[in-house]
Design a protein around this ligand. Structure first.
Ligand SMILES: CC(C)(COP(=O)(O)OP(=O)(O)OC[C@H]1O[C@@H](n2cnc3c(N)ncnc32)[C@H](O)[C@@H]1OP(=O)(O)O)[C@@H](O)C(=O)NCCC(=O)NCCS
Length: 186
């Protein structure tokens, strides 16, 4: 039985996660969504202007009305700087399967923040929202994301042919999942 309760705030060791507000647009644009190194692995193109990010966040205030849509900004606790976003939404409500996606501005890579945010959202997804499994996809060439998923306890389920278009063109994608019982025994 799912308990959708929206993206409530979460604290991790070095970060806090909270819903984004329209006023976050400058940081989100400058630190993350204008960054081509980030967007080349995402399903969207880099944002072209701060106003595009502002409009995007205004639309999100509507999407947040659906409590199954869990989209957080990832902020550094000591400075309040917005470093990335993480999104967990139902891929299949009946089967209680969630889909996870995340990104950090490239200035903030390789410091372990991705793993910290994924760990916190897995905990939230299984223990608060009640998912049975959580899945994620990453392009074959996206080694940092591939490693992050494996290190977070996900299992590689298989490859989907030409499932995404990255800066390298159409790419096969790796499909990962973690089940409730696997999470419980981590
Ligand atoms: C995928 C992505 C989120 C990974 O972010 P990240 O924070 O660098 O990932 P991790 O948390 O796994 O960081 C681990 C690295 O940080 C290093 N690190 C440094 N300090 C650390 C610390 N205190 N704790 C843990 N790891 C630390 C680790 O050694 C490791 O380096 P290695 O990969 O060379 O072994 C990031 O590359 C990204 O946003 N990419 C673009 C968007 C994207 O691809 N999203 C996913 C789409 S599927």
């Amino acid at each position: 039985m799912m308990n959708f309760c929206s993206a409530l705030p979460i604290k991790t060791q070095r970060c806090f996660l909270r819903k984004l507000e329209a006023e976050d647009f400058i940081q989100l644009y400058e630190n993350v969504y204008s960054d081509e190194k980030v967007s080349r692995y995402m399903s969207w193109n880099r944002h072209a202007s701060p106003s595009q990010t502002r409009e995007y966040l205004i639309r999100w205030q509507e999407y947040y009305k659906d409590p199954s849509e869990c989209y957080w900004g990832i902020f550094l606790s000591d400075s309040g700087v917005l470093i990335g976003t993480i999104y967990l939404y139902p891929e299949n409500k009946k089967a209680e399967i969630g889909f996870l996606s995340y990104c950090l501005g490239s200035k903030f890579w390789k410091k372990g923040y991705g793993a910290e945010a994924v760990r916190a959202v897995l905990e939230y997804g299984f223990n608060t929202l009640g998912y049975y499994s959580i899945t994620a996809l990453c392009a074959k060439s996206n080694t940092p994301s591939y490693n992050l998923l494996l290190r977070s306890g996900f299992t590689f389920d298989g490859c989907l042919r030409k499932r995404d278009k990255t800066y390298l063109g159409y790419e096969d994608c790796c499909y990962f999942s973690i089940l409730r019982e696997e999470y419980a025994s981590l």
